[in-house]
Every structure is written in C-alpha cells, then in structure tokens.
Design a protein around this ligand. Structure first.
Ligand code: NDP
Ligand code: MG
Length: 379
C-alpha cells in the first residue's frame, strides 16, 4: 500500500486511521494537527520518518516542534501542502472547512483522497470536483454513509438507481419534542448513543445538522438530485446506506458502527482488508427505520434548502453551524438556537457562485461574521 498522510491525526478519525495503518503495517508519510499538543508530539516521536504539520502552534509549541528539524512545517498552507507529496494516500480527517485546502492539494496532485472531512464537499463540492478532474486524483469517502453508498453504487449502471437513502441514528434526543430539546445541555448533547466522535460532529448529530451536511456531501459525490436523496432514522446505526433500484430492489450496506471499517476500505479500495473480529451477530440483530422529525430537528430541512439553493449556500450553512456549535459548547446559546442562528445567517447572506476556492472562503468568512452577529439575539 502507498504511504499515508493523516491530517487531523489527533482527532477521533485520525487516531482510528493510525490504528488501521499500524494493523496493516503501512507507512505513515505525514501527520498533522491544529495544535502542537502532547499527543502530536508523541505521534511525531513514534513515526520518526513522517513529516509533521502543525497548523496553528503557540510560540512555545513552535519552539518545541522546531527542534525536530526540517521534517516539521507550520501554518495552514504548509499543512495542506503535505497532501501534495506524490504517490501517497491522504486521509483528510481535519474538522471544519479548514480541511478544504488539503483536499484540493491532494486532488490536484493526483493522489487518493480518503475523505472524512465532509466540510470540503459541502462548502466546496464543485471546486473539489474540478480539482479531481484536473489532477487525476481519486476520492474515496470515509464518512460511513458515503462509503456504504460508494460501495453500493460501484457496480450500478446509470439509470438503474432511483434513490439513495442515508441513515441517521437520530442522536441522543430522538423521540423528544421541540420543547423538550430546547434546554438540553452540551453534556447531554455530547452523549451520542452509537458513535464516539469529535465534539462538532457529535453536536451536529444531535441537531441532525450532520445529516444535512451529509445529504449535500452525497449530492456532490454521487451527482443525484436532492429529491432522490432521502434520510431515514435508524437507531441501531448498523445499516449505513441503501440504494433503491429501478426494479424495486433495495441494496443495503451494513456493518458494526466502527469507523475503522470505512477507513480501512478507503485505504484498500478496490481490495478488501482484514478486520480481526468475531462474525457479525446477525441472528441477534433487529433493524428499525423511522422518518426524521423535522419539527424538533429543523437543521435537516435547512440542509435541503441550502443544497437546493446551491452556489455558496451550503458553505454558508456549514460556516454558520461551526460558529453556532462552538457558541453552544461554550454556553453562549441554547441547543435550539443552533438552527435559529444558521437559518438567520442563510437568510442574510446572498447566494453567490463557488467556482474558486477564494469564493468558497469568502462566503465562509461572511457567514461567520453574520452568524456571530446573530449569537446575541438568538436565545
Ligand atoms: P475531532 O475533533 O476529533 O478531530 C479533529 C482533528 O482535526 C484534530 O486532529 C485537530 O487537531 C485537527 N484540526 C483542526 N483544525 C485543523 C487545521 N486547521 N489543520 C490541521 N488539523 C486541524 O474530529 P473528528 O475526527 O470527529 O472529525 C474529523 C472529520 O471527520 C470531520 O469533518 C467530521 O465531520 C468527519 N467525520 C467524523 C466521523 C467520526 O466518527 N468522528 C465520522 C464521519 C465523518 P487538534 O487536536 O490539534 O485540534
Ligand atoms: Mg456519517
């Protein structure tokens, strides 16, 4: 297998990627994170051949990591450039739109982009698509639903598929009313029933914004119109994606809710790797499905609206949500206000084109400013 660069190596997906790489005895080409944390330092020591990227070091961290010599780079641009090393697989596990540049660099360099950073596709789908076409890179999704759909669609001919279904666990507040979720605390929202993830995506799973972002991600990855992408709540998180075919057959992909499975597939595709685990306990498994509750979780509706509006609207949706989630986590706004801030921001920021990375980042910045302005009056 080709050497692997792991960007966002200290996070939930990054750590699991390094576990899979170790199991497969593959080479680590580069490791990057935002801060020069103790964890990144330990990784740098454990992988003495790997290049190291620190996107936003403090002066002390810069001094400490600088001691490792020329294999260390600092700053966002330099971290993104690690994705351009020829002949590598880039696992983009950075959180937020901060991951967009690395996706573009990997795609332009003709590398395999194993993409967990859904914000790249949500905010800059057309730009990433153009970079892949220009550079000859390939994108293998890591997000579990998209990995499932990617595998299900691999052998289908155009016109055979009527609709794509993404499953959602429903999050910790499934079954609650809008009034009941209004006052939930960050601690409650961070307790996800089936997945262990970073804080932003965990809150997004509780509001269903994560599924909103995933609908847009699926639209860009697979080219299906929004009317043909459906979300179904499936609390067991075992079925990750379903495709409905023209003859009425439904093909589903299911496996344990273990991100190492789609991570491994993104590294080994088109081959299959090996997971050392007991057989799936099929006879002890039940699967249930229900419609999402758009009244309690308006974020999903906002995702479809932003997706259909197109242009910069998904970038605005994502940026406003990044601001609102941070404000919720720090106690500045309540849970229900997350969707309110996002909706007001979408209403205020006009939709523009996203034909260049500059346009994406401009829309992102404007949305952040507008969303920040809405924090004070949203509670
Ligand atoms: P975490 O918050 O756990 O980790 C985020 C990682 O990104 C950390 O290593 C962080 O470094 C790093 N990072 C943040 N900003 C930058 C930057 N500017 N440059 C370089 N690195 C940066 O997030 P997750 O692992 O949960 O999620 C990562 C991505 O994967 C997200 O886009 C998420 O939506 C997606 N995803 C996650 C899933 C999961 O199960 N966790 C499932 C499907 C998709 P530091 O530690 O120094 O802050
Ligand atoms: Mg997902």
């Amino acid at each position: 297998m080709r050497p692997v660069a792991v960007l966002g190596a200290t996070g939930s997906i990054g750590r699991q990627t390094l576990e899979v790489i170790a199991e497969m005895e593959a080479e680590v080409a580069a490791i990057a994170a935002r801060r020069g944390s103790r964890e990144l330092w330990d990784l740098a020591t454990a992988h003495p051949q790997a290049r190291i990227g620190v996107a936003a070091p403090t002066p002390t961290e810069r001094d400490q990591f600088g001691g490792l010599g020329s294999r260390v780079v600092f700053g966002d641009e330099a971290v993104a450039s690690l994705a351009g090393e020829p002949g590598i697989i880039v696992v983009n596990a950075v959180v937020g739109v901060a991951g967009l540049k690395a996706s573009l660099v990997a795609a332009e360099a003709g590398n395999r982009l194993a993409l967990a950073n859904k914000e790249s596709m949500v905010a800059g789908g057309p730009v990433v698509g153009a970079a892949l076409a220009a550079g000859g890179g390939e994108l293998i999704p890591v997000d579990s639903e998209h990995s499932a759909l990617f595998q299900l669609l691999a052998e289908r001919k155009p016109g055979e598929v009527r609709r794509l279904v993404l499953t959602a666990s429903g999050g910790p507040f499934r079954g609650m009313t809008a009034d009941q979720v209004a006052d939930v605390t960050p601690e409650q929202a961070l307790r996800h029933p089936t997945w262990q993830m970073g804080p932003r995506i965990t809150i997004d799973s509780a509001t269903l914004m994560n599924k909103a972002l995933e609908v847009i991600e699926a639209h860009h990855l697979f080219g299906f119109p929004y009317d043909a992408i459906e979300v179904v709540v499936h609390p067991q998180s075992l079925v990750h994606g379903v495709v409905e075919l023209s003859d009425g057959a439904l093909l589903a992909h299911f496996c344990d809710p273990d991100m190492r499975i789609p991570i491994r597939y993104a590294l080994t595709h088109p081959e299959r790797g090996t997971r050392r685990a007991p057989h799936f306990p099929l006879a002890a498994t039940s699967l249930t499905f229900e419609p999402p509750d758009l009244e309690t979780f308006p974020a999903l509706r906002l995702g479809y609206e932003a997706g259909r509006a197109g242009g910069s609207a998904p970038a605005v949706l994502n940026a406003a949500d990044e601001i609102a989630v941070q404000a919720f986590l720090t106690g500045r706004i309540g849970f229900a206000s997350i969707a309110v801030v996002v909706e007001r921001t979408l209403n205020d920021v006009p939709v523009g084109p996203v034909e260049s990375v500059g346009q994406v980042l401009e829309a992102d910045l404007e949305a952040r400013l507008v969303a920040t302005g809405h924090l004070g009056n949203s509670c």
